[in-house]
Write a new protein. Structure first.
Length: 135
């Protein structure tokens, strides 16, 4: 049996701002971890951990974005898209000839859109009824 993925960490430089951004985008404010520079949001079986690099007491440490997108399955992609639009974080990139920031059915069948958080992390939100899992 394969190991279970249970946590993914995104680096930020302001935990209050990250809680506000992600709380609005995901529709769940999550929970602050006492005595730590972390804020957790449960995303199904995986915890999205927001870690404030300034709380690590290392001078001049800057948040480093992940090198690729994180994908979220959602039951109302249009509602999440509306919140992303309000947050002004929709991607302006192109994905296979279509705007990444628009809700579009992609060539592989997923109905999705892409955003970038204030720390440069890429996120993709996919209608859970259209997930491509390679099966």
């Amino acid at each position: 049996m394969a190991p279970t993925l249970y946590r993914i960490i995104l680096q930020v430089d302001n935990l209050d701002r990250a809680e506000e951004f992600y709380g609005k985008l995901l529709g769940d404010r999550g929970r602050r971890i006492p005595r730590a520079s972390r804020h957790y949001i449960d995303c199904g079986p995986v915890i999205l951990a927001l870690v404030d690099v300034n709380g690590e007491n290392i001078p001049d440490l800057k948040p480093q974005p992940l090198p690729d997108y994180i994908y979220f399955a959602v039951n109302d992609v249009d509602a999440v898209h509306a919140r992303a639009r309000e947050l002004n974080c929709l991607s302006t990139e192109d994905v296979h000839g279509a705007s990444a920031g628009d809700v579009v059915t992609r060539p592989w069948g997923e109905r999705s859109f892409y955003v970038h958080d204030p720390w440069g992390n890429g996120l993709c939100f996919v209608d859970e009824t259209t997930l491509f899992t390679g099966k």
